[in-house]
Design a binder for this molecule. Structure first.
Ligand code: DOR
Ligand code: ZN
Length: 350
């Protein structure tokens, strides 16, 4: 049987939520990844180092003691983020980055930035202390087509930002378009991007058809940025398998309860991939005959960009098909994992 043994990967973009919801899902990530950049979009958002430290403790308390899992914390940027908080981040080795959400662009982003110019002084301080800026790169403008929101953000805001702050380290998160790939390729080595399993595997047909190609809306495939057309998917895929260190693994696994995702009241953007993210990524690289590129994408490039030591322990995956369950327990509800009801050709050796 074919196997793949690699250094244990890290997830450079993960939503863990909090409380009982977090307890239901955190160990899926801890089983597959050594470390994860944990997103701060809780309610209320994580806006200070003190809040990040207590959140980190709650995460560690809910991780199974068999796993050696390190949450890498982030702060949520608001119009009111103070320069003294940036100094606090620079003095705290557990907080690794600051996350920029344009206000209203996605789940729990209401407290995000309303005007990028309002936080330019924060970007100056982040540049000075070399703190990475993680960007949700979509405009939130009802006049912009939802499929164009990443492209418009890059053109209108990110290109000027990268020019104005040429020494600021920036990660454009969960890229979904050829425009994003081309922009990252043309930018300096201060810029990188994370790539999710859904933007590698799905295109927008997968929002409107079930696994048997029957017309049926698929809320569990809906996320922000929304998956795009096949040309965009192929561009993101070619970036992931290119061996270019500017592109690395970040699942953006974003759990939402089944009853919420399937209610008309909220589409709740977010694909829950943490259950089997690593297996899905390996399956994709294998299908492209690029398994030899997987370890660097999953375990080296992100750590190198963040200036972290690479992990030393190893994990093994086995090529052995497994069924993906239709739903899993989630708090007192359920959650639907990515590719529910399908099989995955690879399995993590436990
Ligand atoms: O699909 C998404 N879900 N995109 C985001 O940016 C946020 C996330 C969430 O928190 O649910
Ligand atoms: Zn996210």
């Amino acid at each position: 049987m074919q196997t793949l043994t690699i250094q244990k990967p890290d997830d450079f973009h993960l939503h863990l939520r909090d409380g009982a919801a977090m307890n239901s899902i955190v160990n899926y990530s801890a089983a597959q990844f050594s470390r994860a950049i944990v997103m701060p979009n809780l309610t209320p958002p994580i806006i200070s180092v003190d809040m990040a430290m207590s959140y980190r403790k709650r995460i560690l308390d809910s991780v199974d003691k068999n796993f050696n899992f390190e949450p890498l914390m982030t702060l949520y940027l608001t119009d009111d983020t103070s320069l003294s908080e940036i100094v606090n981040v620079s003095r705290n080795e557990r907080v690794k980055a600051i996350k920029y959400y344009p206000a209203g662009a996605t789940t729990n982003s209401e407290n995000g930035v309303t005007d990028i110019k309002k936080v330019y002084s924060v970007f100056e301080a982040m540049t000075k202390y070399d703190i990475p800026l993680l960007i949700h790169g979509e405009v939130n403008d009802k006049d912009v087509d939802i499929y164009d929101r990443e492209k418009v953000f890059i053109e209108k805001f990110l290109i000027p930002l990268a020019n104005d702050f040429s020494d600021l380290r920036i990660v454009l998160e969960h890229i979904s378009t050829r425009t994003a790939v081309d922009f990252i390729l043309s930018a300096s080595n201060k810029l990188a991007a994370t790539i999710t399993p859904q933007h590698l595997l799905l295109n927008r047909n997968d929002l409107y058809k079930d696994i048997n190609n029957k017309d049926s809306f698929q809320p569990h495939n809906y996320c922000a940025p929304v998956v795009k057309d096949e040309k965009d998917r192929l561009a993101v895929l070619s970036a992931a398998i290119s061996g270019n260190p500017k592109f690395f693994l970040g699942t953006d696994s974003a759990p939402h309860a089944l009853s919420k995702k399937e209610s008309n009241a909220c589409l709740c953007p977010g694909v829950f991939s943490a259950y089997n993210a690593l297996e899905l990524y390996v399956e994709i690289f294998d299908k492209e005959d690029q398994l030899d590129k997987f370890e660097a994408f999953a375990s080296f490039f992100g750590a190198d960009f963040y200036g972290l030591e690479r992990n030393s322990d190893k994990i093994t995956l086995i090529k052995n098909a497994v069924d993906i369950p239709n739903a899993l327990p989630y708090d007192n509800d359920k959650i639907v994992p990515m590719q529910a009801g399908k099989t995955c050709a690879w399995q993590l050796k436990r």
